[in-house]
Design a protein around this ligand. Structure first.
Ligand SMILES: [Zn+2]
Ligand SMILES: [Zn+2]
Length: 235
């Protein structure tokens, strides 16, 4: 029952600490999305401290291009390159999203092409990356929103990213899976409703962690007795 992903923030778009997590693999610090609030925490604490090793390689895997998920990525690239003298690796979930990110990094944010490496799951060659899972979220970003299947500290991990429902991820919930699912207390077409998530995952041999929370306190109240937990924050 050890820990798996650690969250730098677990809030939805309109919160102070937006959703982002990390884990380490050898000397690699892997961030899952990087809102500006995650970048600021990383800068304050130090990438090496988070990684638990000197000269950590920093990799960010991106779920989709909403600002509360990629807002801190160009700043992280600038900071790591100019201050820490390291190149960040960014893994996009698809070639299309990679093209969008390249426009953001190069054209809008002026990142030097030398300052980052942009990969997709096909080219990343990381043992911990099992694959990206396409999902539905914002209609304007249809086809460009993904979750991930990961292998972290020996555990099967499913991470939904922002998703209108848990359905695309149900085939991957093998026994023992750590499922990190976004959830909303509000009934909206772009996020996963809590009652639907709980109903569809009930009785499965998994651990369920909730993230991208509109209101952590209210969500905590709503899941009492269900076995679901709020995603674990750093510290
Ligand atoms: Zn979001
Ligand atoms: Zn989103």
């Amino acid at each position: 029952m050890g820990k798996c992903l650690t969250f730098l923030g677990r809030g939805s778009a309109f919160t102070d600490e937006q959703n982002g997590a990390f884990f380490t693999d050898g000397g690699e610090l892997v961030l899952i999305d990087c809102p500006m609030s995650s970048f600021n925490k990383l800068r304050r604490l130090g990438a090496d401290t988070l990684a638990g090793s000197e000269n950590a390689a920093v990799t960010v895997i991106v779920t989709h291009t909403h600002g509360d998920h990629v807002g801190g990525v160009p700043m992280l690239i600038h900071y790591m390159y100019h201050v820490m003298k390291r190149k960040v690796t960014v893994i996009a979930p698809s070639g299309e999203v990679a093209d969008d990110l390249r426009f953001l990094f190069d054209r809008l944010e002026g990142c030097s092409p030398d300052s980052y490496e942009l990969l997709t799951p096909e080219t990343a060659e990381r043992a911990w990356l099992l694959g990206a899972v396409p999902t539905h979220h914002s209609p304007a970003l249809e086809g460009r929103c993904f979750g991930y299947r990961l292998r972290v500290y020996g555990k099967n991990v499913v991470y939904t990213g922002d998703s209108s429902s848990i359905d695309p991820f149900l085939p991957y919930l093998e026994p023992g899976t750590y499922l990190y699912s976004e959830v909303s207390l509000y009934d909206t077409p772009v996020h996963t409703a809590l009652p639907d998530l709980l109903a569809k995952t009930a009785g499965r041999d998994i651990r369920l962690f909730l993230m991208h929370l509109d209101d952590a306190e209210k969500t905590g109240e709503a899941i009492k007795g269900t076995g679901a937990e709020l995603a674990p924050l750093l510290g």
